[in-house]
Design a protein around this ligand. Structure first.
Ligand code: SAH
Ligand code: SF4
Ligand code: F3S
Length: 450
């Protein structure tokens, strides 16, 4: 028989993207090859339920799979799989595998069994007591060339139960991965040519503070990863402002590998809304943290997540969020209309903000942020920095014919950067010193300085 084909469809956060990439490597190891959706024997759909919209997308995606490839074995993973469980099989008979957040480790083997046994249905929906560590499948000959940018999970789940958030229900209780396994995975990525590593977790500041930890705290983990030979850049998402210790602030002055960019979710600029959300900090504390970070690392740039139209949010409370965006001077932000999620405290709160009002506030907030984001990029022009090359720019057509080619990568602040280099000079993973020459709407243009 020819090699079975697989196809992954992914919604949601970086953790899901990372899980899907692992799934792909784990299936390749079992003899599968990646194929277009129409030709795949197995389809893995990795889902998100953080708001209502991505949850709805799951059902439309399953409809599309049935239309274009009704013979494929479909497996669903991620947060909607955890939330709806085997109900997904009842609603969509093509689904023969459902894996929750901790059950995903079993999915590659399950796909092999499902192909052999046409009558079989499988589900793995239990939360495990410990971090379900898995072989990252990063053996040398399995790597598809150099991977300049890598993501490494350091924990799973969340115990915070912010009033609006479904994640503690879908990802389960917080549990830390052993620091040895994390360091081993980082080393494997470095051996594949990675220069930029991002550590992933729902609340990374409390890494190691649960029974699953091995006594290593998050600052200690960062020091250990930063010390690995070959690592050029270190990042992490997502920290919680409440749990951001002074030791963590100081690390930004101590570790040159730690990028001067921090994603620090604020959610709202109003103290009363923050209290209703159960975030555990107020604006004074958040801004104090921001000023200590800026003092320690003057070139640090901050980004954030914001929710508008949380239950009971008044116009005045919303304006506090606009003021906060000014006060914290975010280089970018993700902003969302509050969305009711089943089982959360906020879904039972009175005084829901009407949809039109939410959208109107969202637009005002995004207009303000767009101005600030544009100003950030314009302010970068004339500065020197470095770019870690990831691949050839998609705008091949723009290439001039004089023996130069366009490359794309990111600077330490996470900005997308395009630059042209003499043909044959660039390669994925190369760190190029640059000078920024122009700002586009969402990216920077640079030229190499050496
Ligand atoms: N632990 C992560 C949360 C991941 S969810 C963190 O703290 O960043 C990503 C973002 O989605 C959250 O920061 C929040 O801004 C948004 N979000 C979560 N639940 C939401 C809801 N019910 N409605 C609207 N936005 C929500
Ligand atoms: Fe990621 Fe949260 Fe969506 Fe789950 S609900 S996929 S953790 S963003
Ligand atoms: Fe959600 Fe708050 Fe945890 S946003 S993932 S409950 S930190």
């Amino acid at each position: 028989m020819s090699q079975p084909g697989f196809h992954c469809l992914t919604f949601g956060c970086q953790m899901n993207v990372n899980d899907s990439q692992w799934m792909a490597r784990a299936l390749v190891r079992r003899g599968f090859v990646e194929r277009p959706l129409e030709e795949a024997d197995v389809v893995f759909l990795n889902t998100c339920s953080v708001r209502e919209k991505p949850e709805q997308k799951v059902h439309s995606a399953l409809g599309r799979v049935r239309q274009v490839n009704p013979r494929a074995v479909v497996g669903v993973g991620g947060c909607v799989a955890q939330q709806l469980g085997v109900e997904l099989m009842r609603r969509h008979p093509q689904v023969r595998l459902v894996v929750g957040s901790d059950g995903i480790i079993h999915a590659p083997e399950a796909f092999v069994r499902l192909l052999e046994d046409k009558g079989l249905h499988l589900n793995y929906l239990e939360f495990t007591a410990e971090y379900p560590d898995r072989d990252p499948c990063l053996d040398k000959n399995e790597g598809a060339g150099v991977t300049p940018v890598a993501f490494v999970n350091i924990m799973q789940g969340c115990d915070n139960f912010c009033a609006y958030c479904i994640v503690p229900f879908t990802r389960g209780p917080r549990k830390s991965r052993s620091s040895t396994a994390i360091l081993e995975e980082c080393k494997s990525w470095l051996a594949q040519g990675a220069g930029d590593i991002t550590l992933l977790g729902q609340n990374v500041n409390v890494y190691g503070c649960d029974d699953g930890g091995d006594g290593t705290s998050f600052p200690e983990l960062l020091r250990k990863v930063a010390a690995l030979p070959g690592l050029k850049r270190l990042r992490f998402v997502t920290p919680h402002p409440r749990d951001f210790s002074e030791e963590m602030v100081q690390l930004f002055g101590e570790l040159p590998q730690l990028c001067p960019r921090l994603h620090l979710p604020l959610q709202s600029g109003s103290d009363s809304v923050l209290a209703r959300m159960g975030r555990g900090y107020d604006m004074a504390r958040y801004l104090d943290l921001v000023s200590r970070l800026r003092k320690t690392r003057p070139d640090i740039a901050l980004s954030t997540d914001l929710i508008v139209g949380f239950p009971g949010e008044t116009e005045e409370e919303f304006r506090d969020t606009l003021h906060a965006v000014e006060a914290a001077d975010f280089m970018s932000s993700f902003s969302f209309c509050y969305s009711d999620r089943p089982g959360t405290r906020a879904s039972a709160m009175p005084f829901k903000v009407p949809r039109e009002e939410q959208l109107e506030r969202l637009e005002r907030l995004q207009n303000l942020q767009n101005e600030k984001s544009a100003a950030w990029l314009v302010g970068r022009v004339g500065m020197n920095s470095d770019v870690l090359l990831e691949g050839r720019s998609r705008r091949e057509a723009e290439e001039s014919s004089d023996g130069r080619e366009t490359w794309q990568g990111h600077d330490p602040w996470g900005d997308t950067v395009n630059l042209t280099l003499p043909t044959g000079v660039g390669r994925p993973g190369l760190l190029v010193p640059v000078h920024f020459i122009a700002a586009k709407k969402h990216s920077l243009m640079a030229e190499a300085t050496a």
